[in-house]
Design a protein around this ligand. Structure first.
Ligand code: NAD
Length: 431
């Protein structure tokens, strides 16, 4: 099939590269010329395991190409995916300016039938707005359909998630769109939920809000565990073995971040309110998440006393491991709060430092975890990268000013840390 993907970020580029790998001809469009120039040379500007190789392989086979021209992409394709960003406005509402402008440009360049698919995460009724926008700008009355195909990939395992999803959701208005999308995804041989556009839009917001709820739930439990000396990891294990609950998203920590959960939760709360339903459950999920970060900052303060002129070594800046994405990462809020109290920060992340440098001023970015520990008053774990799980703690102890490790991701054994002579502070576990 001839496919166009508009927006070549984490979702658009993975979608484009994977669909090309399935044998389709894909044109990826982005308005960011520097990004497109780099992709034309086979250089992927984000860190996502396996993506660089996938793009290069498909480029070599001429199945994928890159352009800044929506016109070019639309003319040569039948199925057009919209995968642009949908950032939050200050009110929490999703900003759909990019979706609108892309829809308009698609309409102005259609010369034959097109299926326009919303891949970006959007609030209910966006499908209708896209259709109206296209109708208003479709001067030649070219036939078209709109569909919804929300994306569930996770950064860090995006290619595998795209190629082997638990399910694919498609929201359609008619048989023609349904058949096109079923044909496109048939090589994946995975369950496909076919529904209408509004239900598909709700499935995405409801799924992310539910997962965020699981995280806030276990974080709330971790606070109870701390009060009575119980262990939240054991509690989560005991809960997660119940098949009705499942073990995923039950890791207590510093709270969720990233470009999906925080913004999708706020957008869902906002659109629910607009529709006349006060989604108080989700408001509380959001509140617990914010509070969890504040509690973590308090833990650092309680263990260091005055932060002024103290040095804190931070391990992990990305919002989760295996990505360079720092959008709404807990690390940003934590570092900013520590700096406001006068602390000096030495930080290290295996892949997110370039992006973090643009966001964080007056932070020393270190060579590795040991460099971050050097002459620091404590070492703080914010992201659970695998390489932090097996550090040489004899060396770390020598490098730190005092043997204090504050672990926001529960990656070490409290017993072992104690035995090695550390004061070890973590989340919801007795130390
Ligand atoms: P991103 O910011 O990485 O990528 C968006 C891209 O769209 C950017 O490269 C930007 O330059 C481009 N763009 C914006 N306006 C454009 C225009 N008018 N023409 C052409 N290109 C344009 O965002 P992302 O993380 O890929 O997310 C995209 C959407 O997918 C969002 O709605 C997000 O909520 C959703 N989503 C993201 C993830 C994830 O893990 N990142 C997972 C599932 C769904």
């Amino acid at each position: 099939m001839n496919i166009c993907v508009i927006g070549t970020g984490y979702v658009g580029l993975v979608t484009g590269a994977c669909l090309a790998d399935l044998g389709n001809n894909v044109i990826c469009v982005d308005k960011d010329k520097a990004k497109v120039d780099s992709l034309k040379k086979g250089r992927v500007t984000i860190y996502e395991p396996g993506l660089q190789e996938l793009v290069r392989r498909n480029k070599k086979q001429s199945r994928i190409r890159f352009t800044t021209s929506i016109k070019d992409g639309v003319k040569k394709s039948t199925v057009i995916f919209i995968a642009v960003g949908t950032p939050p406005r200050p009110t929490g509402e999703a900003d759909l300016t990019f979706v609108e402008s892309v829809s308009k440009e698609i309409a102005m360049n259609m010369t034959s039938y097109k299926l326009i698919v919303e891949k970006s995460t959007v609030p209910i009724e966006t499908g209708e707005w896209i259709e109206q926008t296209i109708n208003a700008n479709n001067k030649k009355n070219t036939p078209f359909d709109v569909a919804s195909n929300p994306e569930f990939l996770r950064e860090g395992s995006a290619i595998n998630d795209f190629m082997r999803p638990n399910r694919i959701v498609i929201g359609v208005n008619n048989k023609r769109s349904e058949e096109l999308l079923l044909k496109l995804y048939s090589p994946l041989k995975v369950p496909i939920v076919v529904t209408n556009i509004k239900s598909a839009e709700i499935i995405k917001h409801a799924s992310n809000s539910f997962l965020a709820t699981k995280i806030s739930f276990i974080n709330a439990i971790s606070n109870i565990c701390e009060k009575v000396g119980a262990d939240v990891t054991e509690v989560a294990k005991g809960m997660g073995m119940d098949k009705r609950i499942g073990p995923a998203f039950l890791d207590a920590g510093v709270g969720f971040g990233g470009f999906c959960f925080p913004k999708d939760l706020l957008a869902f709360i906002h659109i629910s309110g607009k529709l006349g339903y006060d989604f108080r459950l989700l408001k509380e999920v959001e509140r617990i998440n914010t509070r969890q970060k504040e509690l973590f900052i308090s833990k650092i303060k309680e263990n260091i006393w005055n932060l002024n002129n103290k040095t804190i070594g931070i391990l992990g800046l990305s919002f989760k491991p295996n990505t360079d994405d720092i959008r709404y990462a807990p690390s940003l809020d934590i570092i900013k709060a520590l700096k406001e109290e006068g602390a000096k920060i030495r930080a290290f992340d295996p892949h997110a430092m370039e992006k973090a440098k643009k966001e964080l001023k007056d932070v020393v970015f270190c060579r590795d975890a040991y460099d971050a520990a050097r002459k620091s008053n404590c070492l703080v774990i914010v992201t659970e990268w695998n390489e932090f799980k097996e550090l040489d703690f004899v060396k770390i102890k020598r490098l730190l000013k005092q043997p204090l490790v504050i672990d926001g991701r529960n990656i070490y054994s409290p017993k072992k840390m104690k035995k090695m002579g550390f004061k070890y502070v973590c989340i919801g576990r007795k130390t």
